[in-house]
Ligand binder design. Structure first.
Ligand SMILES: Cc1cc2nc3c(=O)[nH]c(=O)nc-3n(C[C@H](O)[C@H](O)[C@H](O)COP(=O)(O)OP(=O)(O)OC[C@H]3O[C@@H](n4cnc5c(N)ncnc54)[C@H](O)[C@@H]3O)c2cc1C
Length: 299
């Protein structure tokens, strides 16, 4: 089906886009990669009267890696982010996440900012970014503000953005990425959202765990960060018993609901299995052993 008729503006800056959005009111929508918005329009689940295209904004796709922080422009595409980090052999948890999203078409068009703004509990970036306690920069009629991703995504499909506000950048502290990580997911097929996903980043002090970050996607109405896992792990070496303890605690911590992808019980067990897999991938990366696939397809 074709979308219903709409007006179209191509913004040259976030400020211009924000002004156009405000002027368009409830009937206005911004377009980033279009990978969620356009299918919804074609199905006529959304009928915006005005589309404000962010695609012409300069410098909104840049990826800046410095000693203290990694900043990613909101319009950076999944494929560009994943390929950049893979090419630099840096932070494999980021390339795992980016290059596991859907298929080449979606990865080549979809943006990190659009993924956060959509606030789908099954999206991959939110699970990773709450685990790393990242922040977003937001620009709107009231100026700019920074917000933790955890605070942006407090409910499903409803990001904490006021009228006219846009996500402009994503910032991750380098300290959150110390050590080795992995992003793993269990999916029906590549062009489908995961049934569940897990982000795990471990910082080691010698053989012992100095800090651990654990996040979940699709196992609640929002992405979940399991901060208590760090207390369970700190000062310990990675053993099968520790992995089993954290997997069991994670299974109890997540908040899955019964749906077409599986029952609550099934998803709790999937959470434990994915935590175990994430530990195995991280340990393999640490020791240089073959790590295996991070994304498993069961369809
Ligand atoms: C077949 C298919 C499979 C998919 N599988 C996965 C998957 O496995 N994992 C995954 O994580 N995602 C998946 N996705 C979603 C994909 O990653 C989308 O790219 C993402 O959800 C939306 O990003 P976008 O740039 O395309 O945004 P758009 O579709 O352009 O916009 C989405 C929404 O966000 C708003 N918006 C966009 N950018 C901003 C901004 N900067 N500030 C404020 N609001 C903004 C728009 O107005 C719109 O409401 C899949 C999508 C499809 C179609």
């Amino acid at each position: 089906m074709y979308p219903s008729r709409f007006d179209y503006v191509k913004a040259a800056s976030f400020a211009e886009a924000s002004a156009a959005l405000l002027q368009g009111g409830d009937g206005a929508k911004v377009l980033a990669g279009g990978q969620t918005l356009i299918p919804m329009m074609k199905l006529r689940l959304l009928r915006p009267e005005l589309i404000v295209d962010l695609g012409g904004i300069d410098d909104a796709r840049d990826i800046v890696v410095d000693d203290d922080v990694i900043e990613i422009g909101a319009l950076a595409r999944h494929a560009d982010i994943g390929n950049e980090f893979r090419a630099q052999n840096l932070c494999p948890i980021i390339s795992d996440c980016a290059l596991g999203i859907a298929d080449a078409q979606v990865r080549n068009m979809g943006t990190i900012g659009g993924s956060l703004a959509e606030a789908d509990p099954c999206s991959c970036w939110p699970a990773l970014l709450v685990a790393l306690d990242a922040a977003v920069l937001i620009e709107g009629p009231g100026g700019t503000r920074a917000l933790r991703v955890r605070d942006l995504l407090r409910d499903a499909y409803t990001p904490d953005l006021a009228a006219g506000e846009l996500i402009t950048r994503i910032a991750v502290e380098r300290a959150a990425l110390d050590g080795i990580g992995a992003f793993v997911a269990f999916k029906r097929a590549a062009p489908a959202y995961p049934t569940a996903s897990v982000a795990l980043q471990i910082n080691y002090d010698g053989d012992r765990i100095a800090a651990l970050r654990l996040g979940f996607g699709c196992l609640g109405l929002t992405p979940l960060a399991f901060d208590a896992a760090s207390d369970m792990a700190c000062g310990k070496t990675v053993t099968p018993a520790l992995i089993a303890d954290i997997a069991a605690a994670a299974s109890a911590f997540v908040e899955p609901i019964d749906d077409a992808k599986g029952s609550e019980t099934y998803k709790r067990s999937l959470a434990a299995g994915l935590v175990t897999r994430a530990f195995n991938v991280v340990e393999a990366r640490r020791t240089g052993a073959p790590a295996g696939e991070t994304h498993q397809y069961y369809g």
